[in-house]
Design a protein around this ligand. Structure first.
Ligand SMILES: [Zn+2]
Length: 312
């Protein structure tokens, strides 16, 4: 090998430099670029992908995926990816236009690099019907399915299938990481179930209908929503109807996430005597909810603290 660069006068320096180049290029080839619509999916891809993937979420942490307005740089991010992972249903319909604009056929629905994480999820609240005016629809089924941690089994199954298809050399690595992740999660689910047991069946109210999957897993009883329909704020008449219902049904807690308006929730809490719990509906919604595990830890702790009378 001839080392003719002027700055590589000594062969040893040149060899080290070449070795470094080789390492960097091998590292770059080994890392599979993935784009997800949400931080929850980003974290789950990272959990099973380890150091063989690099993952970007289009919706920034703390952002509202259901109301997301795509940015021009999102198209470049998609062009740089080999796999896109979406929540699906009515949750991130805005992705389809970005995928068409990015012009990579493998990433379009049905393509080898397109993962709809809702595939094979047992959906709740499938009602049919399209997008309603003034908000997003839950018509294709409630889309907040990642909030049942047991659904991570199906979600990571969909993810690992795609990772192994596009990167077969690391297929075993992804599958082993998934097995380890799910084993750890199963153990934590039992702990969270035990922690939330005192709240089983107690009447709760939520601002947005985020929680049916979470509620089913942890035996919580959400008796209603403050929004009359997803994305539609309550009217004054709606609020007074809710106060009566809350008193009749002895609602213990109202749940909202940090971006939802405090005003209506605090008003209802004052009038009814219910307490307020602020929960993370996604990874990154609260500072303590930075990954899939701490999302549930945060929510379990917030529910128990609010029910014990500690303010959020
Ligand atoms: Zn929703």
């Amino acid at each position: 090998m001839t080392l003719s660069w002027p700055h590589c006068r000594r062969p040893i320096v040149g060899i080290l430099f070449l070795g470094l180049l080789l390492l960097v290029s091998q590292g770059a080839q080994a890392v599979l670029p993935v784009v997800t619509t949400t931080a929850d999916l980003q974290n789950l891809v990272e959990a099973v992908g380890g150091d063989r993937v690099s993952v970007l979420s289009l919706v920034p942490r703390g952002g509202d995926a259901e109301e997301y307005a795509p940015r021009p740089q999102d198209i470049d991010r998609i062009r740089g990816a080999h796999i896109v992972v979406r929540v699906g249903l009515d949750y991130d319909l805005w992705l389809d236009r970005l995928l068409r604009q990015a012009g990579k056929p493998a990433l379009l629905r049905g393509g080898a690099g397109h993962v709809d994480a809702s595939n094979a999820i047992v959906l709740l609240e499938v009602k049919g019907g399209g997008l309603s005016g003034g908000g997003h629809s839950h018509g294709a089924g409630n889309p907040h399915y990642w909030l049942d941690p047991a659904n991570a089994n199906v979600i990571t199954g969909n993810i690992v299938e795609a990772l192994a298809r596009l990167d077969p050399a690391n297929g075993k690595y992804y599958e082993q990481r998934r097995i380890d992740f799910l084993a750890h999660l199963e153990q934590r689910i039992r702990e969270w179930q035990a922690q939330l047991a005192p709240l089983a069946g107690k009447p709760l109210l939520t601002y947005h209908n985020n929680w049916p999957y979470f509620a089913r897993r942890f035996r919580l009883n959400f008796v209603g929503t403050i929004e009359p329909r997803p994305g539609v704020p309550p009217s004054p008449a709606g609020l007074s109807g809710l106060i009566k219902r809350m008193r009749d049904e002895k609602v213990l807690l109202i749940v909202r996430h940090p971006q939802e308006p405090a005003r209506d929730v605090d008003f209802l809490a004052r009038k009814s005597g219910a307490r307020v719990a602020i929960l993370a509906a996604s990874v990154g919604d609260l500072p303590s909810a930075q990954d899939y595990f701490s999302l549930f830890e945060t929510n379990v702790a917030a529910l128990m603290a609010a029910s014990a009378g500690n303010s959020p």
